[in-house]
Design a protein around this ligand. Structure first.
Ligand SMILES: *Cc1c(COP(=O)(O)O)cnc(C)c1O
Length: 361
């Protein structure tokens, strides 16, 4: 039986004026709505204690397992306001399935897809006035799950906390769709064969922060990781998948090898590519091929993609030797067209011919 998420209203919600001020300039991930969805799991009882409750701090025992062994996973998706006043999620079944795969890898309990989506529906309904209505704004949803058993032994936690919080979002990178500079690190790896690279877990991000700092020291905005075994093959950014557009209209992206996160945006772009006269190709791509291609013009455009920032053009790829400018350093034609096509579907400006949208309000 699915969980139900009864609402305990926040007794002190933000006023209409406070909310309006936040929605004026929401930024990314700094403001949160008045409620959150929660549920707990125990080895004995399974899932229970579900509800939508006032947003607020958890009380965490210092011996909670997550604080020591990082048994934690998360998701990220958005609710989009359409012109007719309805609110929609984009392919939430994909996030639900990935959350279950991540849970499996981190030895956490799987939350059934119906409960994952149910928690989001209940939260969006409770915080409906927080869904931004302006162009390219959205309500970012962050479901997550962590080991909350009070126990220092090393084994899967017998108690787990699930929650979903919501944050009104403007552009993810403060520079908007401005093309970014990417640092190709050879000092650090994000993911290794048999590791957790295909799971959306906090630990992957913790391990990527030092590489991100290296990127910043080298004047770049984001870091690109190669494979851990050979430092030869293109993988992805710390939190976004990566694509190349070739001169002969192929749309290339690294194949899913178990070390790359299977992005919902990545998958959607593979589908949209065909409708834009491009040939989508998933295969192993060497960093050398990328840099030579950018140099010769065989690679016309490079972009990164993910729910938070949608699609970000890459203007420059830099490694220890030198910087390589991509195209003329501006957002490319294909990148711009695919980005619009995706946003048009998400914001209901064109027909949802793929059945990707899921109405929540
Ligand atoms: C979340 C994430 C992505 C993008 O996935 P989407 O489903 O498109 O948002 C890509 N790479 C990593 C490492 C991620 O954590």
């Amino acid at each position: 039986m699915s969980l139900s998420f009864p609402v305990t209203p926040n007794p002190t919600p933000r006023t209409d004026a406070e909310r309006a001020t936040i929605l004026e300039n929401p930024g990314f991930g700094t403001n949160f709505t008045d409620h959150m969805a929660v549920a707990t799991w125990t080895a004995d009882q399974g899932w229970g204690d579900a509800g939508v409750v006032p947003y607020g701090p958890f009380s965490i025992d210092p011996a909670s397992a997550v604080l020591h062994y990082a048994q934690e996973i998360f998701e990220g998706l958005k609710a989009y306001h359409h012109a007719d006043g309805s609110v929609w999620l984009f392919r939430p079944d994909r996030n639900a399935a990935r959350f279950a795969r991540s849970a499996h890898r981190l030895a956490l309990p799987e939350l059934p897809a119906a409960d994952f989506i149910g928690s989001i529906e209940a939260l969006v309904a409770a915080d409906r006035p927080w869904v931004p209505t302006r162009e390219e704004q959205s309500l970012y949803l962050r479901p997550f799950m962590f080991a909350s058993e009070v126990f220092l032994g090393v084994r899967p936690s017998a108690k787990v906390t699930y929650a979903c919080i919501a944050s009104p979002a403007g552009a993810y990178f403060s520079s908007g769709v401005k093309p970014v500079k990417i640092w190709i690190t050879t000092s650090y790896s994000r993911s290794a064969p048999g590791g957790t690279g295909a799971a959306k877990c906090g630990g992957n991000y913790a391990a990527s922060l030092i590489a991100q700092a290296e990127a910043a020291e080298n004047g770049c905005d984001q870091v690109l990781f190669a494979d851990a075994a050979e430092h030869t093959w293109l993988e992805e950014l710390g939190g976004m998948n990566v694509y190349l557009v070739t001169a002969d209209d192929q749309l290339l992206t690294p194949e899913l090898s178990g070390t790359i996160l299977e992005g919902v945006t990545r998958d959607s772009i593979l589908v949209l590519a065909k409708e834009h006269g491009l040939t989508p190709v998933e295969r192993k791509i060497s960093i050398a091929e990328v840099l030579e291609g950018v140099q010769s013009g065989a690679v016309r455009e490079v972009f990164a993609c993910g729910t938070a920032a949608v699609m970000t053009p890459i203007a420059e790829l830099k490694n220890a030797e030198r910087a390589h400018r991509v195209g003329n350093g501006e957002a490319g034609e294909v990148t711009t067209a695919l980005r619009s096509a995706l946003l048009d579907i998400q914001y209901g400006r064109v027909e949802d011919s793929h059945g990707w949208l899921h109405r929540v309000s």
